[in-house]
Design a protein around this ligand. Structure first.
Ligand SMILES: C[C@H](O)CC(=O)C(=O)O
Ligand SMILES: [Mn+2]
Length: 336
């Protein structure tokens, strides 16, 4: 019997980092129509840092999360619409608005050791708003498999339907993914998901390792349109899973057309493993810090790789974007 795998397309959320959160309603409609036709089960739509992320800290959106979610929902009779929310960045009111605009699912994201801050949001989404809820444990490489499990159990106890191991830095190796997913699958009653970044060139391999270890939800981004070196490239993932006899329900030619004809023209440059992306994975740094490090490097005349190495050394996590400039300034002083 072939196993079903549920795919979440994240180019309209993680991909938002790539274009500095400048998605317009029109673009979202075009992408959503294509993904819907390709029968992608879930399409995530939000600012790259989740709903409420539009700010000086993370970068301002062009069109608001709510407008984009509404536009996606109106053009997506088949695919369900997901959104992402980081407690503290997005509020319960934001979530209620997202639900009213048509979001079916919310993914509540916290740093891997901070699941406890998701309790209120998971319970509210599930019990008050009747949404499908995912717990999204970011920077999973920074915790041991045992700590990841303990945190995942918390999210499950709050009511999450799925808990994700999220490799935000693209730093995990296939054996580490396998170990983590196997432990989660063996000890949770809810479903388990995996979100990859391709900084070490392992996004597809790691996603396959996750699926073979029992994950039933996986993320992909068409043309790999996500932070850093992007995510598992959706159209490639669909082809590989199909060859392995897993069922995604996604139409391969149609998702390839979305990637080539709609997503590729949106990219300021192809998403590849450049030197900075590689260092993100090597040093274990949050993928969305790549562009911040490049800007800081230019401003202070410091090699962006050195900034990223330093950020990895001191264990900076999502939400500490302001540290990137601080580190660049310190490195520049040291150079003098
Ligand atoms: C807010 C982050 O961009 C969420 C994510 O996609 C990751 O941690 O990876
Ligand atoms: Mn990501």
């Amino acid at each position: 019997m072939s196993q079903e795998i549920t795919l979440v397309e994240v180019a309209l959320r993680d991909g938002s980092h790539v274009i500095r959160h400048q998605y317009t309603k029109e673009k979202v409609i075009e992408v959503t129509k294509g993904l819907n036709e390709a029968k992608v089960p879930y399409i995530e739509v939000s600012h790259g840092d989740g709903i409420g992320g539009s700010s000086i800290q993370y970068g301002f959106s062009k069109d608001s999360d709510i407008e984009l979610i509404r536009a996606a929902k109106e053009n997506s009779p088949f695919s369900k619409i997901a959104c992402l929310l980081l407690p503290g960045v997005g509020t319960l009111d934001d979530l209620k608005e997202a639900r009213e605009a048509g979001a079916d699912m919310v993914r509540i994201a916290t740093h891997v050791t901070e699941a406890d801050i998701s309790a209120e949001h998971i319970k509210f989404a599930k019990n008050e708003l009747g949404m499908e809820v995912v717990g999204f444990l970011m920077m999973a490489h920074m915790a041991s498999p045992e700590v990841l499990l303990e945190q995942a159990k918390l999210m499950e106890s709050y009511g999450a339907d799925v808990v994700y191991c999220t490799d935000s830095a693209g730093a995990l190796l296939p054996s580490e993914v396998k170990e983590r997913i196997e432990l989660l699958v063996a000890n949770l009653n809810c479903k388990v998901g995996f979100h990859a970044h391709n900084n070490l060139g392992l996004a597809i391999g790691n996603t396959i390792a996750a699926v073979e270890a029992g994950a039933s939800f996986v993320d992909g981004s068409a043309r790999s349109m996500g932070a850093g070196a992007g995510n598992a490239q959706t159209e490639v993932l669909v082809a590989v899973l199909d060859k392995m006899n897993y069922q995604t329900g996604v139409d391969l030619f149609k998702i390839m057309d979305v990637a080539q004809d709609i997503i590729a023209p949106l990219l300021p440059e192809p998403v590849i493993i450049d030197n900075d992306s590689l260092i993100l994975g090597y040093a274990g740094v949050y993928s969305s810090f790549r562009l911040f490090a490049q800007r800081a490097g230019k401003k202070y005349n410091v090699d962006s790789r050195s900034i990223l190495m330093e950020l990895g050394k001191i264990g900076v996590v999502g939400g500490q974007e302001d540290m990137v400039m601080d580190i660049a300034a310190q490195l520049s002083k040291r150079q003098e």
